[in-house]
Design a protein around this ligand. Sequence first.
Ligand SMILES: *Cc1c(COP(=O)(O)O)cnc(C)c1O
Length: 450
Amino acid sequence: MTFEQAPDGATLSPERSGFDTLLVQAGYRSAEHNHAVSVPIYQTTAFTLETTERADALFGFESDDALYTRMGNPTVNVLERRVAALHSTGEAPEPTAIALASGMAAVTYALFNAAGRGGRILSTYRLYGGTLDAFTHLYPELGLAIDLVTDADDLSAWKSAITNTTRALFVESVSNPLTAVADLQALANLAHAHDILLIVDNTLATPYLLNPLEHGADVVIYSATKALSGHGNVIAGIVIESGNFDYTSGLYPQFTQPLWFLRDASDRPRAILDIFPANPFCGRLLAVHLNYLGAALSPFDAYLILQGLATLSLRVRKQVSGAEILLPWLQSHPHVEWVSYPTATDNAYRELASRYLPRGAGGILSFGFAGGEAQQRAFLDAVKLWSYQANIGDVRSLIINPAQTTHIELTPQARSIVGLTSNTIRLSVGIENPEDLIADLKQAFARAFT
Ligand SMILES: *Cc1c(COP(=O)(O)O)cnc(C)c1O
Protein backbone atom coordinates (compact mmCIF):
# COMPACT_ATOMS: atom_id res chain seq x y z
CA MET A 1 0.00 0.00 0.00
CA THR A 2 1.18 3.50 -0.72
CA PHE A 3 -0.37 6.66 0.53
CA GLU A 4 -1.90 8.65 -2.26
CA GLN A 5 0.50 11.42 -3.07
CA ALA A 6 -0.22 15.07 -3.47
CA PRO A 7 -2.03 16.05 -6.58
CA ASP A 8 -1.49 15.09 -10.13
CA GLY A 9 -3.00 17.15 -12.94
CA ALA A 10 -1.40 19.73 -15.13
CA THR A 11 -0.82 22.50 -12.66
CA LEU A 12 -0.90 20.91 -9.24
CA SER A 13 2.14 18.72 -8.91
CA PRO A 14 4.48 19.87 -6.14
CA GLU A 15 7.29 20.19 -8.72
CA ARG A 16 5.30 22.67 -10.75
CA SER A 17 3.32 24.59 -8.17
CA GLY A 18 4.47 27.25 -5.80
CA PHE A 19 3.92 27.00 -2.05
CA ASP A 20 0.94 29.37 -2.01
CA THR A 21 -0.82 27.40 -4.76
CA LEU A 22 -0.33 24.17 -2.82
CA LEU A 23 -1.78 25.82 0.31
CA VAL A 24 -5.04 26.39 -1.52
CA GLN A 25 -5.25 23.44 -3.88
CA ALA A 26 -2.98 20.48 -3.08
CA GLY A 27 -4.42 17.08 -2.31
CA TYR A 28 -7.98 17.68 -3.43
CA ARG A 29 -9.77 16.89 -6.68
CA SER A 30 -13.35 18.14 -6.65
CA ALA A 31 -14.39 15.64 -9.34
CA GLU A 32 -13.87 12.88 -6.77
CA HIS A 33 -16.24 14.55 -4.31
CA ASN A 34 -19.39 15.35 -6.29
CA HIS A 35 -17.57 18.45 -7.63
CA ALA A 36 -17.79 20.14 -4.25
CA VAL A 37 -15.65 23.26 -4.28
CA SER A 38 -15.13 23.28 -0.53
CA VAL A 39 -13.64 20.08 0.91
CA PRO A 40 -16.63 18.08 2.23
CA ILE A 41 -16.73 17.01 5.87
CA TYR A 42 -17.10 13.23 5.91
CA GLN A 43 -18.78 13.04 9.30
CA THR A 44 -19.02 9.28 9.44
CA THR A 45 -17.58 6.62 11.71
CA ALA A 46 -17.24 3.83 9.18
CA PHE A 47 -17.37 3.24 5.44
CA THR A 48 -19.26 0.32 3.96
CA LEU A 49 -17.08 -2.59 3.00
CA GLU A 50 -19.48 -3.48 0.13
CA THR A 51 -18.06 -6.94 -0.59
CA THR A 52 -16.01 -9.48 1.31
CA GLU A 53 -13.33 -9.12 -1.35
CA ARG A 54 -13.12 -5.39 -0.73
CA ALA A 55 -13.10 -6.02 3.03
CA ASP A 56 -10.07 -8.30 2.57
CA ALA A 57 -8.23 -5.57 0.67
CA LEU A 58 -9.08 -2.90 3.22
CA PHE A 59 -8.18 -4.99 6.28
CA GLY A 60 -5.07 -6.27 4.50
CA PHE A 61 -3.78 -2.69 4.01
CA GLU A 62 -3.95 -3.24 0.26
CA SER A 63 -6.21 -0.28 -0.41
CA ASP A 64 -6.02 3.24 0.96
CA ASP A 65 -9.76 3.73 0.79
CA ALA A 66 -11.29 4.71 4.10
CA LEU A 67 -12.55 1.97 6.38
CA TYR A 68 -13.05 3.45 9.85
CA THR A 69 -12.39 7.09 10.76
CA ARG A 70 -9.83 6.27 13.46
CA MET A 71 -7.68 4.83 10.66
CA GLY A 72 -8.40 7.37 7.94
CA ASN A 73 -11.10 9.67 6.64
CA PRO A 74 -11.34 11.47 3.28
CA THR A 75 -11.50 14.95 4.84
CA VAL A 76 -8.50 14.20 7.04
CA ASN A 77 -6.68 12.68 4.05
CA VAL A 78 -6.98 15.94 2.08
CA LEU A 79 -5.30 17.76 4.96
CA GLU A 80 -2.58 15.09 5.13
CA ARG A 81 -1.86 15.29 1.41
CA ARG A 82 -1.87 19.07 1.46
CA VAL A 83 0.54 19.37 4.37
CA ALA A 84 2.77 16.65 2.85
CA ALA A 85 2.87 18.61 -0.44
CA LEU A 86 3.98 21.74 1.45
CA HIS A 87 7.08 19.78 2.51
CA SER A 88 8.05 18.60 -0.95
CA THR A 89 11.71 19.29 -1.67
CA GLY A 90 11.10 18.99 -5.42
CA GLU A 91 13.05 15.73 -5.45
CA ALA A 92 11.78 12.18 -5.07
CA PRO A 93 10.53 10.72 -2.84
CA GLU A 94 7.52 12.88 -2.01
CA PRO A 95 6.81 13.26 1.72
CA THR A 96 3.84 11.64 3.48
CA ALA A 97 1.79 12.94 6.42
CA ILE A 98 -0.46 11.60 9.16
CA ALA A 99 -2.82 13.94 11.03
CA LEU A 100 -3.50 13.42 14.73
CA ALA A 101 -5.77 14.84 17.40
CA SER A 102 -3.16 17.13 18.99
CA GLY A 103 0.40 18.33 18.80
CA MET A 104 1.18 16.30 21.93
CA ALA A 105 -0.14 13.17 20.18
CA ALA A 106 2.15 13.99 17.25
CA VAL A 107 5.21 14.36 19.51
CA THR A 108 4.38 11.25 21.54
CA TYR A 109 3.52 8.97 18.63
CA ALA A 110 6.52 10.08 16.56
CA LEU A 111 8.97 9.50 19.40
CA PHE A 112 7.50 6.13 20.42
CA ASN A 113 7.49 5.11 16.77
CA ALA A 114 11.17 5.99 16.42
CA ALA A 115 12.30 4.45 19.68
CA GLY A 116 10.67 1.05 19.41
CA ARG A 117 11.36 -1.23 22.36
CA GLY A 118 14.38 -0.19 24.41
CA GLY A 119 15.33 2.76 22.21
CA ARG A 120 16.17 6.16 23.64
CA ILE A 121 15.58 9.68 22.31
CA LEU A 122 18.19 12.41 22.59
CA SER A 123 16.83 15.93 22.95
CA THR A 124 17.33 19.25 24.74
CA TYR A 125 15.68 21.29 27.48
CA ARG A 126 14.56 23.86 24.90
CA LEU A 127 11.10 22.46 24.48
CA TYR A 128 7.45 23.17 24.95
CA GLY A 129 6.76 22.68 28.68
CA GLY A 130 4.38 19.77 28.18
CA THR A 131 6.88 17.97 25.97
CA LEU A 132 9.70 18.42 28.47
CA ASP A 133 7.63 17.23 31.41
CA ALA A 134 6.37 14.20 29.46
CA PHE A 135 10.02 13.40 28.72
CA THR A 136 10.96 13.49 32.36
CA HIS A 137 7.98 11.65 33.83
CA LEU A 138 5.38 9.97 31.61
CA TYR A 139 7.58 8.62 28.82
CA PRO A 140 10.03 6.82 31.13
CA GLU A 141 7.01 5.36 32.96
CA LEU A 142 5.86 3.97 29.59
CA GLY A 143 9.31 2.59 28.78
CA LEU A 144 10.74 5.40 26.67
CA ALA A 145 13.92 6.91 28.07
CA ILE A 146 14.99 10.40 27.06
CA ASP A 147 18.44 11.90 27.34
CA LEU A 148 18.78 15.68 27.38
CA VAL A 149 21.72 17.72 26.15
CA THR A 150 22.38 20.74 28.37
CA ASP A 151 24.07 22.97 25.81
CA ALA A 152 21.98 22.44 22.68
CA ASP A 153 24.19 24.81 20.64
CA ASP A 154 27.24 22.59 21.18
CA LEU A 155 27.32 19.88 18.53
CA SER A 156 30.01 17.97 20.39
CA ALA A 157 27.66 17.69 23.40
CA TRP A 158 25.10 16.02 21.12
CA LYS A 159 27.75 13.79 19.65
CA SER A 160 29.06 12.53 22.96
CA ALA A 161 25.52 11.89 24.27
CA ILE A 162 24.62 9.49 21.45
CA THR A 163 24.75 5.86 22.59
CA ASN A 164 24.08 2.61 20.76
CA THR A 165 20.47 2.71 22.00
CA THR A 166 19.76 6.25 20.76
CA ARG A 167 17.20 6.08 17.97
CA ALA A 168 16.46 9.72 17.23
CA LEU A 169 17.54 13.29 17.86
CA PHE A 170 14.57 15.54 18.62
CA VAL A 171 14.61 19.35 18.48
CA GLU A 172 12.32 22.32 18.00
CA SER A 173 13.59 24.17 14.91
CA VAL A 174 12.69 27.46 16.59
CA SER A 175 12.21 26.87 20.29
CA ASN A 176 9.20 27.83 22.38
CA PRO A 177 9.28 30.43 23.94
CA LEU A 178 12.80 31.86 23.55
CA THR A 179 13.15 31.26 19.78
CA ALA A 180 16.56 29.56 19.77
CA VAL A 181 17.27 28.36 16.22
CA ALA A 182 18.56 24.79 15.78
CA ASP A 183 21.34 24.01 13.30
CA LEU A 184 19.27 21.38 11.49
CA GLN A 185 21.81 20.44 8.83
CA ALA A 186 24.54 19.83 11.40
CA LEU A 187 22.17 17.74 13.54
CA ALA A 188 20.98 15.80 10.48
CA ASN A 189 24.58 15.02 9.50
CA LEU A 190 25.33 13.86 13.02
CA ALA A 191 22.18 11.70 13.21
CA HIS A 192 22.83 10.13 9.82
CA ALA A 193 26.45 9.38 10.67
CA HIS A 194 24.93 7.16 13.41
CA ASP A 195 22.13 5.81 11.16
CA ILE A 196 19.52 7.43 13.38
CA LEU A 197 16.59 9.78 12.75
CA LEU A 198 16.38 13.55 13.11
CA ILE A 199 12.86 14.52 14.21
CA VAL A 200 11.99 18.23 14.19
CA ASP A 201 9.10 20.03 15.87
CA ASN A 202 8.59 22.85 13.36
CA THR A 203 5.52 24.37 15.03
CA LEU A 204 6.92 27.89 15.56
CA ALA A 205 8.64 28.20 12.18
CA THR A 206 5.75 26.81 10.06
CA PRO A 207 6.46 25.25 6.64
CA TYR A 208 6.18 28.71 5.09
CA LEU A 209 9.32 29.91 6.85
CA LEU A 210 11.24 26.63 7.03
CA ASN A 211 11.02 23.19 5.49
CA PRO A 212 13.17 20.94 7.71
CA LEU A 213 13.17 18.23 5.03
CA GLU A 214 15.33 20.54 2.90
CA HIS A 215 17.94 20.51 5.66
CA GLY A 216 18.15 16.77 6.23
CA ALA A 217 15.37 16.15 8.77
CA ASP A 218 13.68 12.75 8.42
CA VAL A 219 10.46 13.50 10.30
CA VAL A 220 8.71 16.81 10.96
CA ILE A 221 5.95 17.31 13.48
CA TYR A 222 3.54 20.16 14.14
CA SER A 223 1.04 21.28 16.64
CA ALA A 224 -1.50 22.23 13.93
CA THR A 225 -3.37 23.93 16.75
CA LYS A 226 -1.00 26.84 16.22
CA ALA A 227 -0.15 28.66 12.96
CA LEU A 228 -1.15 25.90 10.51
CA SER A 229 -4.80 26.40 11.43
CA GLY A 230 -4.17 29.88 12.79
CA HIS A 231 -7.62 30.81 14.08
CA GLY A 232 -7.58 29.49 17.63
CA ASN A 233 -10.45 27.07 17.09
CA VAL A 234 -8.95 23.60 16.91
CA ILE A 235 -6.52 21.16 18.59
CA ALA A 236 -4.53 19.05 16.13
CA GLY A 237 -1.15 17.61 15.26
CA ILE A 238 0.57 16.33 12.16
CA VAL A 239 3.61 14.14 11.43
CA ILE A 240 5.45 14.26 8.08
CA GLU A 241 8.11 11.84 6.90
CA SER A 242 10.62 12.45 4.14
CA GLY A 243 10.61 8.90 2.75
CA ASN A 244 14.42 9.01 2.58
CA PHE A 245 15.39 7.18 5.75
CA ASP A 246 16.74 3.61 5.67
CA TYR A 247 15.16 1.49 8.43
CA THR A 248 17.06 -1.69 7.56
CA SER A 249 20.27 -0.92 9.51
CA GLY A 250 19.20 -3.27 12.31
CA LEU A 251 18.44 -0.41 14.72
CA TYR A 252 14.72 -0.35 13.86
CA PRO A 253 13.34 -3.91 14.11
CA GLN A 254 9.84 -2.48 14.66
CA PHE A 255 9.77 -1.72 10.92
CA THR A 256 11.27 -4.99 9.68
CA GLN A 257 9.74 -7.65 11.96
CA PRO A 258 6.87 -9.61 10.34
CA LEU A 259 3.62 -9.27 12.30
CA TRP A 260 0.60 -11.55 12.23
CA PHE A 261 -1.94 -8.73 11.99
CA LEU A 262 -0.22 -7.53 8.83
CA ARG A 263 -0.43 -10.95 7.12
CA ASP A 264 -1.04 -11.29 3.42
CA ALA A 265 -3.80 -13.26 1.66
CA SER A 266 -1.87 -16.49 2.18
CA ASP A 267 -1.50 -15.82 5.92
CA ARG A 268 2.17 -14.91 5.69
CA PRO A 269 3.06 -12.30 8.34
CA ARG A 270 4.46 -9.11 6.82
CA ALA A 271 6.52 -6.25 8.20
CA ILE A 272 5.65 -2.56 8.16
CA LEU A 273 8.36 -2.08 5.53
CA ASP A 274 6.75 -4.73 3.30
CA ILE A 275 3.42 -2.93 3.33
CA PHE A 276 4.61 0.67 3.41
CA PRO A 277 7.99 0.60 1.63
CA ALA A 278 7.79 4.28 0.62
CA ASN A 279 6.55 5.63 3.94
CA PRO A 280 7.17 3.20 6.82
CA PHE A 281 7.15 5.88 9.52
CA CYS A 282 3.64 7.11 8.68
CA GLY A 283 2.57 3.56 7.84
CA ARG A 284 3.46 2.37 11.32
CA LEU A 285 1.88 5.45 12.91
CA LEU A 286 -1.31 4.51 11.11
CA ALA A 287 -1.25 0.74 11.56
CA VAL A 288 -0.02 0.74 15.15
CA HIS A 289 -0.25 4.06 16.95
CA LEU A 290 -3.46 5.48 15.51
CA ASN A 291 -4.93 2.02 15.44
CA TYR A 292 -4.17 1.16 19.07
CA LEU A 293 -3.63 4.46 20.87
CA GLY A 294 -6.37 6.19 18.92
CA ALA A 295 -5.75 9.98 18.84
CA ALA A 296 -7.55 10.39 15.51
CA LEU A 297 -8.29 13.87 14.18
CA SER A 298 -11.98 14.56 13.65
CA PRO A 299 -13.11 15.33 10.07
CA PHE A 300 -14.60 18.62 11.20
CA ASP A 301 -11.31 19.69 12.78
CA ALA A 302 -9.46 18.71 9.59
CA TYR A 303 -11.89 20.91 7.67
CA LEU A 304 -11.21 23.85 10.01
CA ILE A 305 -7.46 23.43 9.54
CA LEU A 306 -7.83 23.32 5.74
CA GLN A 307 -9.80 26.54 5.94
CA GLY A 308 -7.11 28.22 8.00
CA LEU A 309 -4.20 26.71 6.11
CA ALA A 310 -5.13 28.43 2.84
CA THR A 311 -3.96 31.77 4.25
CA LEU A 312 -0.82 30.52 6.03
CA SER A 313 1.59 32.55 3.87
CA LEU A 314 -0.49 35.72 4.13
CA ARG A 315 -0.82 35.40 7.89
CA VAL A 316 2.80 34.54 8.58
CA ARG A 317 4.09 37.37 6.37
CA LYS A 318 1.89 39.81 8.31
CA GLN A 319 3.04 38.32 11.64
CA VAL A 320 6.71 38.61 10.64
CA SER A 321 6.29 42.24 9.59
CA GLY A 322 4.39 42.96 12.83
CA ALA A 323 7.15 41.34 14.90
CA GLU A 324 9.79 43.37 13.04
CA ILE A 325 7.89 46.58 13.84
CA LEU A 326 7.47 45.63 17.50
CA LEU A 327 11.11 44.58 17.91
CA PRO A 328 12.79 48.04 17.88
CA TRP A 329 9.93 49.55 19.86
CA LEU A 330 10.37 46.96 22.60
CA GLN A 331 14.18 47.21 22.48
CA SER A 332 14.04 50.90 23.22
CA HIS A 333 11.39 50.67 25.94
CA PRO A 334 12.60 51.58 29.45
CA HIS A 335 10.64 48.72 31.05
CA VAL A 336 12.05 46.05 28.72
CA GLU A 337 15.22 44.33 29.96
CA TRP A 338 15.96 42.32 26.80
CA VAL A 339 14.19 41.11 23.68
CA SER A 340 14.65 37.67 22.15
CA TYR A 341 13.98 37.45 18.42
CA PRO A 342 16.29 35.54 16.05
CA THR A 343 16.93 38.39 13.61
CA ALA A 344 17.64 41.00 16.30
CA THR A 345 21.17 42.42 15.96
CA ASP A 346 22.20 41.22 19.42
CA ASN A 347 20.69 37.74 19.04
CA ALA A 348 22.90 34.66 19.34
CA TYR A 349 20.91 32.91 16.58
CA ARG A 350 21.14 35.67 14.00
CA GLU A 351 23.49 33.73 11.73
CA LEU A 352 21.43 30.53 11.95
CA ALA A 353 18.28 32.57 11.33
CA SER A 354 19.71 34.05 8.15
CA ARG A 355 20.55 30.53 6.98
CA TYR A 356 17.35 28.71 7.97
CA LEU A 357 14.73 31.49 8.09
CA PRO A 358 15.42 33.73 5.08
CA ARG A 359 11.75 34.77 4.87
CA GLY A 360 11.71 36.00 8.46
CA ALA A 361 11.82 34.57 11.95
CA GLY A 362 8.08 34.30 12.64
CA GLY A 363 5.62 36.03 14.91
CA ILE A 364 6.90 34.89 18.30
CA LEU A 365 9.09 37.18 20.32
CA SER A 366 9.84 37.24 24.01
CA PHE A 367 11.05 39.99 26.27
CA GLY A 368 12.19 40.46 29.83
CA PHE A 369 9.80 42.62 31.84
CA ALA A 370 11.79 45.20 33.78
CA GLY A 371 9.83 45.51 36.99
CA GLY A 372 8.66 43.60 40.04
CA GLU A 373 6.21 40.73 40.17
CA ALA A 374 3.31 42.98 41.13
CA GLN A 375 4.04 45.29 38.20
CA GLN A 376 4.29 42.33 35.84
CA ARG A 377 0.87 41.14 37.01
CA ALA A 378 -0.56 44.63 36.62
CA PHE A 379 0.88 44.82 33.10
CA LEU A 380 -0.69 41.50 32.03
CA ASP A 381 -3.98 42.44 33.66
CA ALA A 382 -3.97 45.78 31.81
CA VAL A 383 -3.60 44.59 28.20
CA LYS A 384 -6.85 44.92 26.28
CA LEU A 385 -6.09 44.12 22.67
CA TRP A 386 -3.46 41.46 23.31
CA SER A 387 -5.23 38.32 24.42
CA TYR A 388 -3.82 36.70 27.57
CA GLN A 389 -3.98 32.99 26.78
CA ALA A 390 -1.98 29.79 26.25
CA ASN A 391 -1.73 29.60 22.48
CA ILE A 392 0.47 30.89 19.66
CA GLY A 393 0.27 31.43 15.90
CA ASP A 394 -3.27 32.82 16.01
CA VAL A 395 -4.63 35.67 13.87
CA ARG A 396 -5.18 37.44 17.20
CA SER A 397 -2.17 38.79 19.06
CA LEU A 398 -1.50 36.78 22.19
CA ILE A 399 0.53 37.45 25.32
CA ILE A 400 1.60 35.23 28.18
CA ASN A 401 4.09 34.76 31.03
CA PRO A 402 5.43 31.28 30.11
CA ALA A 403 7.40 30.52 33.29
CA GLN A 404 4.13 30.70 35.27
CA THR A 405 1.85 29.08 32.65
CA THR A 406 2.75 27.19 29.43
CA HIS A 407 6.18 26.24 30.79
CA ILE A 408 5.11 25.83 34.44
CA GLU A 409 6.50 22.27 34.29
CA LEU A 410 10.10 23.45 34.01
CA THR A 411 12.11 23.02 37.20
CA PRO A 412 14.33 25.92 38.33
CA GLN A 413 17.28 23.94 36.91
CA ALA A 414 15.60 23.43 33.51
CA ARG A 415 14.54 27.09 33.47
CA SER A 416 18.09 28.26 34.05
CA ILE A 417 19.42 25.91 31.35
CA VAL A 418 17.07 27.38 28.73
CA GLY A 419 17.25 30.93 30.11
CA LEU A 420 13.55 31.14 30.92
CA THR A 421 13.40 33.81 33.59
CA SER A 422 10.30 34.49 35.69
CA ASN A 423 9.99 37.92 34.04
CA THR A 424 9.79 36.46 30.51
CA ILE A 425 6.79 37.68 28.51
CA ARG A 426 6.03 35.85 25.26
CA LEU A 427 4.24 37.64 22.46
CA SER A 428 2.60 35.90 19.53
CA VAL A 429 2.00 38.65 17.01
CA GLY A 430 -1.30 38.39 15.15
CA ILE A 431 -2.48 40.16 12.04
CA GLU A 432 -3.96 43.30 13.59
CA ASN A 433 -2.50 46.76 12.91
CA PRO A 434 0.92 46.93 14.59
CA GLU A 435 0.35 50.49 15.75
CA ASP A 436 -2.71 49.33 17.73
CA LEU A 437 -0.66 46.51 19.25
CA ILE A 438 2.04 48.99 20.29
CA ALA A 439 -0.52 51.41 21.69
CA ASP A 440 -2.01 48.66 23.84
CA LEU A 441 1.39 47.61 25.24
CA LYS A 442 2.15 51.27 25.89
CA GLN A 443 -0.96 51.82 27.96
CA ALA A 444 -0.40 48.51 29.82
CA PHE A 445 3.17 49.54 30.74
CA ALA A 446 1.82 52.92 31.86
CA ARG A 447 -0.80 51.23 34.06
CA ALA A 448 1.78 48.87 35.56
CA PHE A 449 4.06 51.72 36.62
CA THR A 450 1.57 54.19 38.06
C1 LIG B 1 1.64 23.77 21.48
C2 LIG B 1 2.84 22.99 21.18
C3 LIG B 1 2.85 21.60 21.28
C4 LIG B 1 1.65 20.83 21.76
O1 LIG B 1 0.61 20.89 20.83
P1 LIG B 1 -0.95 20.75 21.20
O2 LIG B 1 -1.63 20.89 19.89
O3 LIG B 1 -1.28 21.85 22.17
O4 LIG B 1 -1.12 19.39 21.80
C5 LIG B 1 4.01 20.93 20.93
N1 LIG B 1 5.11 21.60 20.51
C6 LIG B 1 5.14 22.94 20.42
C7 LIG B 1 6.38 23.64 19.96
C8 LIG B 1 4.02 23.69 20.74
O5 LIG B 1 4.05 25.02 20.67
